[in-house]
Design a protein around this ligand. Structure first.
Ligand code: UT7
Length: 322
């Protein structure tokens, strides 16, 4: 059994905030942000626009692209670190709005690795026969957990959502089959202090703000991405030269370039959206994916490598035959 991608969609809030606009409220410059991260702008959700609203719009577009409706789904896995409420799962809000009456909907929390985690969970449930048609969403409103006075973090993130639809299909069992070919997941809870939110319902009864030791996260990102990419290729019996597209988590252009170089991929085979979207955490991979599918770069049969790392630390990679 293979989980085959039927369609994808994404949504970005209307409001665009440029580096120049940020430099009017915190001590930073467009030059610093672009040089260190590659970011030029980010989208920020409007007052009253929640993670579920972004997720719903991305999901509707993904379903339309797949030629399906909410009632065709029996699973929603939504990756987010910024849910509408502490409970219930934001996925259940999306479920209700999509008119999906049966099946299961729940959230996965693995911060910037969230989409890869959610894809792995949905893929496993499909392969185990617990679901047949799944919507996998990455959706975030990180603007709500940023300390807008901390220039070391507030310039890095943005809001948005992306989604894909997976359907179980019988394959021949080779890497030529369309669908999810292999997944690899990891976490290391000892690294908590280098990227976390200093609040939560059980600890402080507040939402808290994102705190990050950027340089430390950067070092782990470079090492762990190289390792997990090798691992997932090995699992699928494939090599770097087989990859058509690297669709990485969009945190920093320098990290993305480093991973692409290690794989020996030319820059034109790496999907980069960090310049326009900034880091949208769990939403960044499906947002990048949707951009490259809709502009015609990613085509049926292409081999895609998705990878991401974030708070936890948690990281992972998925190989997909599109
Ligand atoms: O998605 C989750 C995973 N997250 C990541 O992958 C993020 C990984 N880390 C990074 O992307 C980079 O470490 C950052 C972009 C966060 C920072 O870049 P860096 O090259 O590691 O810079 P730094 O933190 O070492 O800071 C260098 C200097 C410091 O000044 P001094 O101490 O050298 O005087 C900072 O205070 O840059 C200063 N700085 C800024 N200056 C202007 C920090 N933030 C800013 C800013 N504008 N926004």
């Amino acid at each position: 059994m293979r989980s085959v991608v039927q369609g994808c969609g994404s949504y970005l809030p209307e409001r665009v905030v440029t580096n120049e606009e940020l430099s009017r409220t915190v001590e930073t410059t467009d030059e610093w942000i672009q040089q260190r991260t590659g970011i030029r702008q980010r989208h920020i959700a409007a007052e009253g626009e929640f993670t579920s609203h972004l997720a719903l719009k991305a999901s509707q577009r993904a379903l339309e692209h797949a030629g399906l409706t909410g009632s065709d789904l029996d699973l929603i896995v939504l990756a987010t670190a910024t849910p509408d409420e502490t409970f219930p799962a934001t996925a259940t809000r999306v479920q209700a709005e999509l008119g999906m009456r049966g099946g299961a909907a729940f959230d996965v929390q693995a911060v910037c690795a969230g989409f890869v985690y959610a894809v792995s969970v949905a893929d496993s449930l499909i392969k185990n026969g617990l679901a047949s048609t799944a919507l996998v969403i990455g959706a975030e409103t990180f603007s709500r957990i940023l300390d807008w006075e901390d220039r070391g973090t507030c310039v890095l993130f943005g809001d948005g959502a992306g989604a894909i639809v997976l359907k179980g299909e019988q394959g021949t069992g080779t890497s030529a089959d369309r669908g999810i070919l292999a997944n690899a997941l990891h976490s290391d809870g000892r690294q908590h202090d280098i990227l976390y939110v200093d609040g939560g319902p059980s600890s402080t009864r507040t939402t808290g703000f994102l705190r990050m030791e950027g340089k430390e996260v950067f070092k782990h990102a470079v090492v762990n991405m190289a390792a997990v990419v090798g691992e997932v290729l090995h699992k699928a019996g494939l090599e770097p030269k087989d990859i058509d597209w690297l669709v990485p988590h969009q945190a920093n252009k320098r990290i993305i370039d480093g991973t692409g170089r290690k794989l020996g991929l030319p820059p034109e085979r790496v999907v980069v959206t960090v310049d326009r979207h900034a880091n949208t955490s769990a939403a960044s991979i499906p947002l990048a994916l949707d951009v490259a599918v809709k502009d015609g770069r990613i085509k049926k049969g292409d081999l895609l490598l998705m990878e991401g790392i974030g708070g936890g630390l948690a990281w992972g990679a998925s190989l997909v035959r599109w």
